[in-house]
Design a protein around this ligand. Sequence first.
Ligand code: JFZ
Length: 480
Amino acid sequence: MKQFKRYLTIVVACTSMMQAGWAQQQAPRKALSYGAQYTGKRKDSAMAKFRTNRFGQFIHWGLYSIPGGIWEGKTYSYAAEFLKSSAHLSSATWDSLMYRFNPTKFDAHAWAKMAKQMGVKYMTITTKHHEGFCMWPSQYTDFHVGNSPFKRDILKELVEAYNAEGIDVNFYYSVLDWHHPDWKYDIKTAEDQTQFLRYLDFAYNQLKELATRYPTVKCFWFDGTWDNSIKKNGWWTLEVEKMLKKAIPGVIVNSRLRADDYGARHRDSNGELMGDYESGYERRLPDPVKDLSVTQIDWEACMTIPENQWGFHKDWSLSYVKTPQELVEMLTLTTSLGGNFLLNFGPQGDGAIRTEEKQIAATIADWMKVNGEAIYGGDYAGWKKQDWGYFIQKAGTNKVYMVVFNQPFSNIARLQVPDKVKITKSYLLEAPAQSLLLKETQKNQFNLYLPAVKKAGAFVIVLETEQGGGAGKQYQDAKT
Ligand code: JFZ
């Protein structure tokens, strides 16, 4: 009897634990008016194009590009686009930089050519950063390029030049605005809200203006939405998303725009991603073994070349500057997890691109010319991560690419193939005629014999498979 009682207690305990777990899974979803508009990845062709692009160029350009991190002889090491705040400058002082904005070396076609060479498929330009200066002649403010000595519509020139090279153009827009008198960080009184509503109207109108003036724009990249004022006005972020999608069919918005009814950002209070893709990977990347959940969503990482400079900073010796090889590896890692890589450039105040950035772009260009095939349309392969580098599956093909960054000293690259996948051919992307030897060591495990000569940089091996290569999608590394 005693035995039975104990048994019963255990059964009851287990059942109630299971029920608790069940209840947790079934937790009622919050009713949201401003939450995610759909679940899962978008399936339309505009999103498919965004996804196959994989490599983009970010451009931070504005008044901050003139002082380049130095004010009255003093160097400020913090992000150059924050100089107004780091050097504690008044709005009057900062805003008068507009009268010095005259980038006579600006040549949209030269920028677009460099980008094309480097192999990017899209470019994201700051239409207005936190400083509030508009790179187009906006009818809603006087603080714009049309009132600078330069006068020209920079956005128009860039959109035309990049589109002519076959490169999509996306717009960065900072909702946070240090110039506008109605901007608020928080809403504490009714008057605050009245004032902030005027600001929200202004920003809404500007966004509509951008969508109307430049209808080929593919995506809006929102920033500066982290303050309480926006969190308390989540409705506005949805209004903006809807307005843009109506104005430009297929347009894409990043998750950073959005806040829901409870002020939850990026993901709504039910955990669903808002906007069309996750844009929270900033100057960091997911871990290629542990963070596989990113493969379930669309996402984009943005990256600086120095540590934390987006706008032009004259002194790049203040922090570590990434090498082109490191940047190529970041692009590859991102692609291997089904994300896009947005690499930032900060042109000078005179409109020229700094020599260091030109050199980096040229080195990446050389690599992309040979190996870009593995990047565009590349996706998560679901094969076990190996120390030599990254697997990339090409969507819609039977090819899996191995991008080798650490050529093993033995010249043997190990691979573990998912069940049911059969490799039919393996060769260097640069030399398709010459097959590489593949030896099975145990079930699903192979030794791939790499070319005997040590390669100078990262190289790509193509594996042709039966089963479309994607049969490994279900592979997940052990989660600890
Ligand atoms: C923002 C800007 O402040 C910065 O100047 C630059 O434009 C960058 C692309 O975006 O900075 C951020 C935004 C978000 C995070 C960190 C810095 N974040 O989510 O960790």
